[in-house]
Design a protein around this ligand. Structure first.
Ligand code: PLP
Length: 419
């Protein structure tokens, strides 16, 4: 008899079930628009040239070994990651009140932060946007926190429900944790403006809420929005202070001297998805608090995975600490961003050209790797069945997975679904 025979199958997960449906679809022209992973015009994953170079460099450096990293990871990586988000001239870093530890990509950083808060923060409620990235509720619930939602998206305007958001945050209990996506909100592609961020900051601080930033797409959006020549824009980290507008939401909260947590990922912006490389930063109010927090975060990590992996951290460190490689990273990032923008434009134009009913301008207004199309679950299921096109049931498509070849296929399908 089996000891494990009483294990019940996991309840069906709507995201996993669409991933499996796509995987098992034998149709040769099926279109997978589910995952937020960049693909080339040929539909292939992309390894950045600068990442290849960093790996060569590491392979040739005989002083690089494969030993254990400390519990909190590679020290240089931690410092450079904190600088990337807080800027070169961060007072919080100068005051030694910033704790950064290398974690397993964005997800691992969120989870370590959530476990730390569940153990050391009295208020057990965490507010996440409605809607949000599907893993947020799992991460925080499993850590032992109680997940609630604040209003974020208004389906009527296909924009931010800013009044609703402020109202809900204003009604949150003091000390509640608030998850804020610093840029390229997943799944809606809608971010607050800087003026709106300032109002959010005021309400978060006046209510004594604890902001936890999820920073999964840093630099992708600022590069998309920027018409400035590349070389004026991106030397944040190299003496010009923080010019990266994707980091501004976070920096506003850090500049006021208050506390916050930040989960960073290098999956999307360096294409290091499978390396699982990211960082958790906790900005504290004093050096003394930071010392205590650091000691407790180590206690969260040690029984979980002892110490993080070395390879991805070494790649990121090599790129961030060398000005030539940093510059090359920026150029390649710009290439990815430009292709995504071009896919948005092409999809919008293709839908317009078909005379599809409705206003589809949100496709070009939204930002980041995804578009929240406005298609409903019934339409999404129909597209999978009739057109072999797969997206999440909330109608979110990965723009980064489209190509000039597949745009007409998607536009035809959307046209058929809504007419
Ligand atoms: N947070 C958000 C908002 C995301 O969209 C994602 C990935 O899609 C993540 C975090 C986690 O990414 P990773 O763990 O691969 O860094």
């Amino acid at each position: 008899s089996s000891i494990l025979s009483n294990v019940l199958p996991a309840p069906e997960d709507p995201v996993l079930s669409v991933i499996f449906a796509c995987r098992d679809d034998p149709c040769p022209v099926k279109l997978n628009l589910i995952a937020g992973a960049y693909r080339t015009e040929e539909g292939k994953p992309l390894v950045l040239e600068v990442v290849r170079r960093a790996e060569q460099q590491l392979a040739n450096d005989l002083s690089c070994d494969k030993g254990y990293l400390p519990i909190d990871g590679l020290a240089d990586f931690n410092k450079l990651s904190a600088k990337l988000i807080l800027g070169d001239d961060s007072h919080a870093m100068e005051d030694n009140r910033v704790v950064t530890i290398q974690c397993l990509s964005g997800t691992g950083s969120l989870r370590v932060g959530a476990e730390f808060l569940a153990k050391h923060h009295e208020q057990r409620v965490v507010f996440v946007p409605n809607p949000t990235w599907g893993n947020h509720p799992f991460i925080f619930t499993l850590a032992g926190l109680c997940v609630e939602y604040f209003r974020y998206y208004d389906p009527q305007t296909r924009g931010l429900d800013f009044e609703g958001m402020l109202e809900d945050l204003g009604a949150a209990p003091s000390g509640a944790i608030v998850v804020l996506q610093s840029c390229a909100h997943n799944p809606t592609g809608i971010d607050p403006t800087l003026e709106q961020w300032e109002k959010i900051r005021q309400i978060v601080r006046s209510k004594g809420l604890l902001p936890f930033f999820d920073n999964a797409y840093q630099r992708l959006v600022s590069i998309m929005k920027s018409n400035m020549p590349l070389f004026n824009l991106n030397f944040h980290g190299f003496a010009t202070g923080n010019l990266d507008s994707d980091a501004q939401s976070v920096c506003m909260f850090v500049a006021d001297g208050g506390e916050c947590l930040i989960a960073q990922s290098f999956a999307k912006n360096m294409g290091l998805y499978g390396e699982r490389i990211g960082a958790l930063t906790i900005v504290c109010t004093s050096k003394d608090v930071a010392r205590k927090v650091h000691s407790q975060v180590l206690l969260v990590v040690r029984p979980m995975y002892l110490s993080p992996p070395i390879h991805g951290a070494s790649i990121v460190t090599a790129i961030l600490k060398n000005s030539d490689m940093y510059k090359d990273w920026t150029i390649e990032l710009k290439g990815m961003a430009d292709r995504i923008i071009s896919m948005r434009q092409q999809l919008y134009e293709a839908i317009q050209a078909r005379g599809t009913p409705g206003d589809w301008s949100h496709i070009i207004k939204q930002i980041g790797m995804f578009s929240f199309t406005g298609l409903n679950e019934k339409q999404v299921r129909w597209l999978a069945k009739e057109y072999h096109i797969y997206m999440t049931y909330d109608g979110r498509i990965s723009i980064a997975s489209l190509s000039s070849k597949t745009v007409p296929q998607l536009a035809d399908a959307i046209h058929a679904a809504v007419t």
